[in-house]
Design a protein around this ligand. Structure first.
Ligand code: ADP
Length: 420
């Protein structure tokens, strides 16, 4: 009986074992062998990656150690990985106490981590101005705080692994607070001086204006000259006052809803006196529909009328200025272009065009009444509205200025910013 069972088992078991071995165990063994080879390869690669990251980390630490700017890095889970001496000073946190800490938006509630958290998550900060386009690295933003007063320029770069995946971020944080203070105190000095000058100048201007109405003969010419000079002086003082207020962040904007079509119409009507004086004709290529934007009409008027006036002043006899207004397709912006047939801007001047006191070499000798502040003021006003301003020019042929303005108020920065 036992032998019978033994035979039966042997006859059934042997083919079973052979079958299982051949069709199931062997493939599994082969698969696990292949998997093992694969894992070994991957682990070797990972080892090499690890070496590279360690190497770059140590290099980063060396650079960070000699940098005057705070340089910090954190991994994909926002765990602080590196922290230099300047970061210790800026955030008042020692390296030993911060390395390894995971920063989350909730950390903003901790007074010791509040500033750092708002630098890591700028959307939590009270005032942020973006200096780079979305998605473009390094990202550059200005972050300012009132309590304590801090003005920071934060640059963020991704740390990529060899496979091209972001595994963390490095931030360099430049503390501009002292610089801002100096600019502000210098601007305040100019503001006070310009204010003091403006009162007596307005009186002098009023005297010349009154005299010019009754004067005759030789006196008339002298008084008309005096009147022109007082107008120029007032313009210089007003431009200085505006520029210094912009620099101290106290230009004082008041936004409201305006219809750009009506607004530009009115500005062109005001410019017609100057256009007549310079024998220049002005045209408005207007859209059919009204275009509503949120803007400070007084400040925006200053910016746009300066560019229209330039188009007239730096034109030729019987020249033209054409203003075009249109929506930017598929984007929440409008574009105003101001094109003239004038003397143009020298190529060497294009980079300096919007900086303070720039005046083209082709205008300084003959047209002495400019301050070189108008475009600087205009650019700052347009930036304050969340827009941008650019120019193209051909010397001797003409110039075209493009002003982009947002049609959505969410695109307007929350605070005044100065563009140098
Ligand atoms: P201002 O006109 O008082 O000198 P702006 O800041 O308005 O100051 O302009 C700066 C300079 O840019 C001008 O002096 C001139 O050289 C040049 N510029 C501006 N607009 C034009 C234009 N439409 N055509 C030619 N040159 C221009």
């Amino acid at each position: 009986m036992v032998r019978f069972v033994g035979y039966v088992l042997f006859i059934v078991w042997l083919p079973l074992v052979l079958f299982v071995d051949y069709f199931i165990v062997a493939p599994i063994a082969l698969l696990s062998f292949l998997l093992g080879v694969l894992l070994l390869g991957v682990s070797k690669k990972l080892d090499r990656c690890g070496e590279k990251l360690t190497l770059s980390d140590s290099r980063l630490e060396q650079v960070a150690a000699i940098s005057g700017d705070a340089i910090i890095s954190y991994d994909a889970s926002f765990r602080i990985v590196s922290w230099n001496e300047a970061a210790e000073k800026l955030f008042k946190l020692k390296k030993e106490e911060i390395i390894g800490t995971i920063i989350t938006p909730a950390s903003a509630g901790d007074p010791k981590l509040a500033v750092l958290t708002q630098v890591v998550f700028p959307s939590l900060a009270p005032s942020v101005v973006k200096r780079s386009d979305p998605g473009v690295y390094p990202q550059v933003i200005d972050v300012s705080f009132d309590e304590p007063e801090l003005n920071l320029v934060v640059k963020t770069e991704r740390v990529m692994n060899p496979a091209g995946k972001a595994v963390g971020f490095v931030k360099s944080i430049e503390n501009k607070t002292r610089e801002f203070e100096l600019i502000r105190s210098k601007s305040e000095f100019i503001t006070v001086a310009a204010h003091q000058l403006r009162t007596p100048l307005t009186a002098v201007h009023w005297i010349f204006e009154t005299l010019s109405k009754s004067a005759g003969g030789q006196d008339k010419e002298i008084i008309t000259n005096g009147l022109e000079v007082s107008v120029k002086l007032l313009k210089i003082v007003n431009d200085l006052l505006d520029a210094s207020k912009i620099e101290s962040g106290k230009f004082g904007y008041e936004f409201k809803d305006i219809d750009l079509v009506v607004f530009i119409d009115e500005m062109l009507r005001n410019a017609s006196v100057l256009a007549k004086k310079y024998d220049v004709s002005i045209y408005f290529d207007r859209p059919k529909e009204p275009i509503k934007i949120f803007a400070d009409p007084e400040k925006l008027g200053l910016a746009i009328s300066n560019i229209i006036d330039n188009g007239i002043k730096y034109n030729v006899k019987n020249g033209r200025v054409v203003v075009n207004l249109e929506r930017v397709p598929n984007r929440p912006y409008v574009q105003i272009s101001i094109k003239d047939t004038g003397i143009g801007i020298p190529p060497s001047g294009m980079k300096k065009l919007f900086t303070k006191f720039y005046r083209g070499e082709n205008v300084v000798k003959e047209r002495t009444d400019g301050t070189g502040l108008g475009l600087y003021i205009a650019k700052n006003i347009v930036f304050r509205h969340g827009g941008n301003i650019t120019a193209e020019s051909v010397l001797g042929r003409g110039t075209i200025f493009y002003i982009m303005l947002p049609t959505e108020s969410s695109l307007i920065p929350p605070k005044e910013v100065t563009i140098e």
